[in-house]
Design a binder for this molecule. Structure first.
Ligand SMILES: *[C@@H]1O[C@H](CO)[C@@H](O)[C@H](O)[C@H]1NC(C)=O
Ligand SMILES: *[C@@H]1O[C@H](CO)[C@@H](O)[C@H](O)[C@H]1NC(C)=O
Ligand SMILES: *[C@@H]1O[C@H](CO)[C@@H](O)[C@H](O)[C@H]1NC(C)=O
Ligand SMILES: *[C@@H]1O[C@H](CO)[C@@H](O)[C@H](O)[C@H]1NC(C)=O
Ligand SMILES: *[C@@H]1O[C@H](CO)[C@@H](O)[C@H](O)[C@H]1NC(C)=O
Ligand SMILES: *[C@@H]1O[C@H](CO)[C@@H](O)[C@H](O)[C@H]1NC(C)=O
Ligand SMILES: *[C@@H]1O[C@H](CO)[C@@H](O)[C@H](O)[C@H]1NC(C)=O
Length: 746
């Protein structure tokens, strides 16, 4: 037994230090070892251990960190005095509510009688090769070679409620993925008031927490602070993962840096509102919870029904924050993104938005497409403004919901224009241009035929006014008829012409809902729509967008291999936004474009090469401008920059990312991408502010093979050791410089 009763402690000073052995012959080799009621998950460099307390049936955490041997010392539990009882002094895997653990619970259930006490005890477990899909939810996936799953069944005999905790381990990626499902075996309705996908108690030590905060046009700003006693919490309540906080948390030692020290990364595979709670309790343990936002759940579970939580990915690295990110990137590239484009080259695109906004007709669109082809783009994207019949979309106050081409602009539908554009060849190639189009299918303008016919399809709460944002309301995707309408109207457009790319936008948060549970029901409906459409159109390249990075999360990535990172296209701001986003998400997932100057969001003028170099660090490179109105010299530089973007694209898409200098810390942010096969690498170095009468720092590379030789751009060959221990130095002049350097292993 692991924690002591008061009687036992009172008899002596010496406290028990237990140790347990997980069957020696198996433990180091098998990803999952269950020895009685002691459990071990083993990755390449990660170990996770927990066991069942044999008096209380509680699940107690023993270790989540670097690899360990078969015998491990268990927690030493002190004398219990004061109000916090035994249950509040242990490291629990599934903390329930109402019995003396005064920390934040992972589950809270309101019984039909009104009380909210639960007592979940271990009942059984099973090991499943591979990883079962989560019903209706996005999830990481893999073969039996890639992943194994341990399911622990817990049961509350007083309420007849079961909870299955799933732990899937991807040993190669040092990733453990957790989720919970709750089933009501009783006779009355119960209400799930809170349910965390992940709950872990780390031992008594000082930790830092890192999260990504922001707002529109300044997403993914890295925030690092010490974990203090008490609760520190963040999340989203706008119905989506949102701009304000990303569903990502890192815990680190206070001394952990980009390249050294322990780091735990947690990433919630969910697109709805969420809550992250980090609580340092009276014993000094740090509890981390991640899951549904309890203020938007209140999920009624009738007898026989199950609620499945989204899953939470956790990774561990002892190679600092960079190591943590690279594990998440590899896992997401290989085991999350379903699209066939996940790791295949993305076409350079030109999007009409910042070039023409709502002000276009077929001939001006065609002219822009010709300009796009002329500078080397391979895909032309028609953004907002192409649709609406009775309520044509000429500005942002009408048309959303009516996904038919505007007959004034497209009297014969999209087909003739699409045909003309896809007959164009990208400059100096025999490649035909491709055509892409913009949608915002989850939204409706009150000025629309859809709203005239179905005002009840817009989310609303009884008599309360329907708050508009950007003149629009949100459709209730919890309703099957709304899901069917979206699937049909989007697929009708995609079938009407040769369309090979979709930008799926979503430009406001959710306000009034008929019930708190509508928020999760909406997500289930939205995932059904995403799944049906991406399955029906697997050759379409889908890009997610939500006023920029308002829905940059692993849930969206399951269906859409790329997401527009931010509406802020200012190159200097983008360095922070893209490097922040890369804490959790692979660069392959980021859409990043070269746009006009002065920048439309910040008013800043940055040289064209710097703008392009920042953008080509994202997997989907594009242009957000009208080449016809560009400065001549800048325009002349574009074809060369497009060619460079296409050259580095395979490394960005499949490579490992090493953040060498962060924009928060250095005037010379630098990033190295090393191809999966380690043969090629590309280094990006930037100068932000001028540097007068001062030397320039050496950029020490990382992650190379010290013994190997690498040819650097100009033909000079250095060993990996030289590049990592001396580094390369670059001279810059003035504001905003950049260098892109190719490395080739000899
Ligand atoms: C309960 O577990 C403790 C520590 O692991 C062990 O010493 C004890 O024998 C167990 N008791 C029972 C009844 O299995
Ligand atoms: C709950 O999860 C477990 C583990 O994945 C699974 O075996 C079980 O079928 C699930 N129950 C339901 C009703 O989905
Ligand atoms: C139980 O929940 C179902 C579904 O929400 C509802 O239709 C039913 O009226 C509820 N029953 C009671 C007794 O509240
Ligand atoms: C299309 O728009 C362009 C630019 O605004 C304008 O010059 C042209 O006359 C328009 N063409 C038609 C057919 O309306
Ligand atoms: C096409 O070739 C011409 C002549 O070599 C060159 O000037 C131009 O930049 C090229 N365009 C692109 C997009 O590569
Ligand atoms: C509907 O469109 C009209 C005409 O453009 C505009 O004046 C009005 O403000 C719009 N209404 C809403 C609710 O956006
Ligand atoms: C350094 O300072 C001297 C004296 O002011 C000036 O002549 C020179 O141009 C400066 N050099 C640089 C690289 O700024």
């Amino acid at each position: 037994m692991v924690y002591l009763t008061r009687g036992v402690v009172a008899t002596g000073l010496t406290l028990l230090a237990h140790s347990v052995a997980v069957t020696a012959k198996e433990s180091s080799a098998s990803p999952i070892v269950a020895d009685g009621t002691h459990f071990a998950l083993n990755g390449k460099n990660v170990a996770y251990r927990f066991h069942v307390d044999n008096t209380t049936g509680d699940l107690l955490g023993d270790h989540f960190g670097g690899s360990v041997g078969d015998n491990i010392p268990l927690e030493v539990i002190g004398e219990v005095n004061g109000w916090v009882s035994d249950i509040g002094r242990v490291r629990r895997e599934f903390p329930d509510q109402g019995r003396g653990d005064y920390r934040v619970p992972a589950i809270s259930i309101r019984q039909s009688e009104g009380y909210t006490v639960s007592e979940f005890r271990y009942k059984s477990h099973k090991i499943i090769p591979g990883k079962p899909a989560l019903p209706g939810l996005p999830a990481t996936m893999g073969t039996e070679e890639d992943v194994s799953t341990l399911v622990i069944s817990m049961y509350d005999k007083y309420s007849d409620v079961a909870a299955d905790l799933s732990y899937s381990i991807f040993p190669k990626h040092d990733a453990i993925v957790r989720s919970v499902n709750v089933t009501n075996h009783g006779t009355g309705n119960i209400t799930i008031e809170s349910l965390a996908s992940l709950s872990v108690d780390l031992p008594y030590e000082d930790l830092d927490m890192i999260n990504l905060r922001g707002d529109w046009a300044r997403e993914a700003q890295r925030e690092r602070r010490s974990v203090a006693y008490g609760l520190q919490s963040f999340g989203s309540s706008n119905g989506y993962s949102g701009h304000l906080h990303n569903p990502f948390l890192a815990l680190t030692e206070p001394s952990t840096t980009e390249s050294q020290g322990e780091a735990w990364g947690f990433s919630l595979v969910y697109t709805g509102s969420f809550t992250v709670n980090v609580e340092k309790g009276s014993q000094g343990f740090t509890r981390a919870l991640m899951g549904f936002n309890p203020s938007q759940l209140s999920w009624v579970l009738p007898p026989g029904e199950t609620l499945t939580s989204p899953e939470c990915v956790s990774v561990y690295s002892k190679d600092g924050i960079g190591g943590m990110s690279r594990s998440l990137h590899r896992l997401y590239r290989n085991h999350l993104i379903k699209s066939k484009f996940a790791t295949s080259d993305r076409p350079t695109l030109l999007n009409s938005w910042e070039g023409l906004y709502f002000d276009f007709n077929q001939s001006s669109i065609y002219d822009l497409a010709k300009e796009a082809a002329g500078v080397g783009a391979k895909l032309f994207v028609l953004d907002d403004g192409w649709f609406g019949k009775e309520y044509p979309r000429l500005s942002d106050n009408a048309g959303l919901g009516d996904w038919v081409p505007n007959p004034d602009r497209f009297p014969d539908g999209l087909e003739p224009l699409v045909k003309k554009i896809t007959d164009l060849k990208a400059a100096n190639t025999s490649t035909n241009m491709r055509f892409g189009i913009w949608f915002e299918p989850e939204m409706v303008n009150p000025n629309s035929t859809l709203y005239d016919e179905h005002p009840d399809w817009a989310l609303h709460a009884g008599p309360y006014p329907r708050t508009e944002a950007r003149n629009q309301l949100v459709l209730n995707l919890a309703l099957p008829e709304v899901q069917d309408y979206i699937i049909k109207s989007v697929s009708d457009v995609l079938k009407s012409a040769d369309i090979s790319y979709v930008k799926w936008d979503n430009n406001r948060g959710i306000n009034e809902t008929p019930s708190p549970a509508t928020n999760h029901a909406y997500m289930l409906g939205m995932y059904r729509v995403f799944n049906e459409l991406t399955t029906q159109f697997p050759d379409v390249l889908w890009e997610g967008c939500a006023s920029g990075g308002g829905r940059f999360d692993p849930g969206v990535l399951q269906y859409f291999p790329q997401i527009w990172t931010s509406d802020n296209t200012d190159a200097i701001d983008r360095i922070s936004i893209q490097l922040g986003t890369s804490l959790a998400y692979p660069p392959s997932a980021m859409g990043a474009h070269l746009s006009e100057v002065p920048n439309h969001q910040t008013g800043r003028t940055v040289p064209v090469a710097v703008r392009a170099h920042v953008a080509m660090m994202g997997g989907s490179f594009g242009l957000e401008l009208n080449p016809a109105v560009m400065d001549e010299e800048d325009k002349a530089a574009v074809p060369g920059l497009v060619a460079l973007a296409e050259k580095v694209n395979p490394i960005i898409l499949n490579g490992d990312m090493w953040r060498l200098n962060l924009p928060e810390d250095s005037n010379w942010p630098a990033v190295l991408f090393i191809a999966e096969d380690a043969r090629n690498a590309v280094l990006f170095v930037f100068q932000v502010a001028p540097n007068v009468n001062h030397s320039w720092p050496r950029i020490k590379l990382q992650g190379l093979d010290p013994q190997a030789s690498y040819k650097v751009d100009d033909g000079v060959v250095y060993t990996g050791a030289t590049l990592m221990n001396i580094g390369l130095q670059f001279a810059f002049k003035g504001d905003y410089g950049s260098q892109v350097v190719m490395l080739e292993k000899q």
